[in-house]
Design a protein around this ligand. Structure first.
Ligand SMILES: NC(=O)c1ccc[n+]([C@@H]2O[C@H](COP(=O)([O-])OP(=O)(O)OC[C@H]3O[C@@H](n4cnc5c(N)ncnc54)[C@H](OP(=O)(O)O)[C@@H]3O)[C@@H](O)[C@H]2O)c1
Length: 269
């Protein structure tokens, strides 16, 4: 099967202002020589990335500031990105999480999680599939999560959003198999990014512990898997083993063990 070739192609990346999205953008520009449309809410971060990439690589970067919890902004990203360039690939990466007993959150935060992690990538997938069908080619990578394969208590809403996008992506992959449109998912375990510190998960699992992957490594594995059109890649041996073993254990036992591992510090049962 021919690999995806990103050289001189335009790629849209959501959530490019930090973490995995920013690192994949760097890699796609520097190593793959792709042009990029990058989007997120923090415009200054996107401008810094554009400067960094355009000053060191012979590739172009365009910025779209957008809040993907807002349907109008999601529609705007599709419209403007396809006006700016002939988009060849999309990476749905933007995401947010919550870590604590679920009732300590409120429904607005959970709604934000579902909107950004599930509804926005779903909408972009559908929009871009129609667009790619007219062109006869195109590719989508959805950044899902190991929590979309194995339920993680105290990140229950996040885990629900990631189960949703994982199921949707796998379904789409098969629906469009052989059509010229590639749809892949990449499901990392812990990656050392702001997401972990934003939700305070480092208080439970130390940020630089061996459980969490360096963002540069995760980004490289994501792009390599995408180039090879992989159906689903879970990076890292420990993560692969967890997902594999979980398949053979009773579902309640997996969640029972995950509850112990992820129980917030100080919480007694
Ligand atoms: N870090 C991990 O351990 C881990 C593990 C598994 C999967 N993942 C997944 O990897 C992806 C990237 O996360 P990360 O770890 O790189 O986290 P990160 O550093 O916090 O980056 C998240 C990105 O999403 C964007 N974003 C968040 N809310 C948004 C909104 N309402 N509208 C538009 N953009 C929004 C952020 O940009 P702005 O704030 O500027 O809008 C940022 O660029 C996510 O899908 C995440 O679920 C992460």
């Amino acid at each position: 099967m021919a690999k995806l070739n990103f050289k001189d192609k335009w790629i849209l990346i959501t959530g490019a202002s930090s973490g995995l999205g920013r690192e994949m953008a760097r890699l796609l520009a520097k190593k793959e020589k792709a042009h990029l449309v990058i989007t997120a809410r923090r415009k200054e971060r996107l401008e810094d990335l554009k400067k960094e990439i355009e000053s060191s690589c012979n590739t172009r970067v365009e910025i779209l500031q957008a809040d993907l919890s807002n349907t109008g902004d999601v529609e705007m990203v599709f419209k403007k990105a396809t006006e700016i360039a002939d988009i060849y690939a999309v990476i749905n990466n933007a995401g947010l999480s919550f870590y604590n007993i679920s009732k300590e959150s409120d429904m607005d935060v959970f709604e934000q999680i579902i909107r950004v992690n599930l509804l926005a990538p779903m909408r972009l997938c559908l929009k871009f599939i129609s667009y790619f069908q007219q062109k006869g080619e195109g590719a989508i990578l959805n950044i899902t999560s190991e929590t979309g394969l194995v339920i993680v208590p105290y990140q229950s809403a996040y885990s629900a959003s990631k189960h949703g996008i994982q199921a949707f992506t796998e379904g789409l992959h098969m629906e469009y198999r052989g059509s010229g449109i590639t749809i892949c998912s990449f499901a990392p375990g812990g990656v050392i990014t702001e997401m972990i510190t934003n939700i305070g998960l480092e208080k439970k699992i130390e940020l630089h512990s061996r459980v969490n992957m360096k963002v540069e490594i995760a980004a490289r594995k994501a792009i390599n898997a995408f180039k090879k059109k992989k159906f689903l890649v879970v990076p890292g041996l420990l993560n692969k083993a967890t997902v594999f073993v979980a398949r053979f254990l009773p579902r309640w036992l997996v969640v029972f063990l995950a509850e112990i591992i992820y129980r917030p510090p100080g919480l007694t049962k």
